[in-house]
Design a protein around this ligand. Structure first.
Ligand code: 6PG
Length: 417
């Protein structure tokens, strides 16, 4: 795909998702002092967001005369029909808030979905002021999308030729792949990609099976739709495709020194929207002094350090804040302190051999662990066993691929009895 992987943001429920989406919309609006273009979506997922935008606190913060509203796809039914996407958005907020000239519906009272598509393409091009998209000047500030049960986005259904269309802005789709079985009109992937932010809203248990397939990287339209800039998936708890229904609330990124714990932990934190802490910062000063002097730590040295990390995990649990902590956690006895309840705290084990990690360590500056300690780290290391249910990833990959692998394993991993 060549574009960065999407950021996954987990929220409690659909109400929290609508609020997070509304806040992101306001952020995008605030970033543009000129004319703003938002591409809405149909389906049921965005309805709560739309209704929220009409409430006083959001309504007052939107500069309505400057904001133009488009739609990513339309069912080929007349305006006013209960299936008509823009009608739903109009009723939920646009009619009450937006100037009529700023509402750009796909015309459906034409002789065919193709004629509708051509008319809307002309309208989009006129708005943009060109008939070719310039990557430096996105068409939309924000594109909203939902995911259909078959992995479709807008009305681009899996296996349909419309998914591969790159030389048109809008296409007619004669037959839908899922209900409602009415013809559709849809923006194409390159046009949807021309945005600052693409925002998916995925909520409800019925989305869990398809989301598992999407997060597993299956070739579906939902995995081909990516902004040229930033793509964010808002996912609520009930849609998260882990069998236990919940992600653990703490992730311990473990492995020997220089295995990349902080780099991977930080990248994972950015993708999940979770706070990251480096376990090293929980060492008492005496331990840091010992390590700087090249002396390996004893177990006696390590207990207070491990307990401090476990206390931080407990504090976050009590506040309902998820956290990622990098910590070598070399021995099983150490991990027993860190991981009380294995459903709650999950180990992410960064695996690499002595040669590879030694080579990395040789290139590392500004860290208190001298390379000579690596042998003692490997000697101490007890790789986590299957009974500890670790997510094991190889460190011999680019950081973003490691993160993809972790998310994939967390999302579709085995339930922990
Ligand atoms: C449509 C859509 C479509 C929708 C997904 C998700 O016109 O149906 O725009 O792409 O976003 O099917 O629909 P739900 O939000 O209803 O699950």
């Amino acid at each position: 795909m060549g574009t960065p992987s999407p950021e996954l943001v987990r929220v409690a429920d659909k109400a929290a998702m609508a609020q997070a989406a509304a806040d992101l919309l306001l952020t995008r609006i605030a970033a543009n002092s000129g004319r703003i273009a938002i591409c809405l979506t149909g389906g049921s997922s965005p309805k709560q967001l739309y209704e929220l935008l009409a409430t006083q606190s959001y309504r007052d913060r939107i500069p309505w005369p400057r904001v133009h509203w488009f739609i990513g796809d339309e069912r080929f039914v007349p305006p006013g029909d209960p299936l008509h996407n823009m009608t739903m958005a109009r009723h939920a907020f646009l009619d009450a808030c937006a100037p009529a000239d700023n509402i750009h519906a796909i015309p459906t009272e034409t002789d065919s979905p193709e004629s509708s598509a051509n008319a809307y393409a002309r309208e989009l091009m006129a708005f943009y002021g060109a008939d070719a998209l310039d990557p430096a000047r996105p068409l939309f500030d924000l594109v909203l999308l939902g995911i259909g049960p078959d992995g479709h986005v807008a009305s681009l259904f899996p296996g349909y030729p419309a998914v591969d269309v790159r030389d048109r802005w809008v296409v007619g789709v004669d037959k839908a792949h899922v209900a409602p079985f009415v013809p559709r009109v849809s923006l194409t992937l390159p046009v949807l990609a021309s945005c600052r932010t693409m925002l998916f809203e995925v909520g409800g248990t019925d989305k869990r099976p398809i989301l598992a397939r999407v997060l597993a990287g299956e070739d579906l339209p939902a995995n081909r739709a990516r902004s040229n800039e930033t793509t964010t998936f808002l996912i609520d708890d009930s849609a998260w495709p882990e069998q236990s229904g919940k992600l653990p609330h703490a992730l311990i990124v473990m492995g020997v020194s220089s295995s990349g714990k902080s780099t991977v932990g930080e990248a994972l934190g950015r993708r999940l929207g979770w706070r990251f802490e480096d376990g090293d910062s929980f060492h008492p000063p005496a331990n840091v002094a010992k390590m700087s002097a090249g002396q390996p730590l004893t177990d006696e040295d390590r207990w207070p350090w491990l307990q401090a990390i476990a206390d931080e995990v407990a504090r976050c649990r009590a506040k309902g804040e998820p956290i990622i902590i990098a910590c070598s956690a070399l021995k099983k006895t150490y991990r027993k302190i860190l991981v009380g309840d294995p459903r709650d705290v999950r180990l992410i084990y960064l695996e690499g051999d002595r040669e590879l990690i030694g080579d990395r360590m040789g290139h590392r500056k500004g860290h208190f662990m001298p390379p000579g300690l690596l042998d003692s780290q490997f000697a101490t290391l007890e790789p986590p066993g299957a009974d500890e249910h670790p997510v094991t990833v190889s460190v011999d990959e680019p950081v973003e691929s490691i993160v993809d692998d972790i998310l994939k394993q967390l999302a579709i991993g085995q339930d922990r009895a």
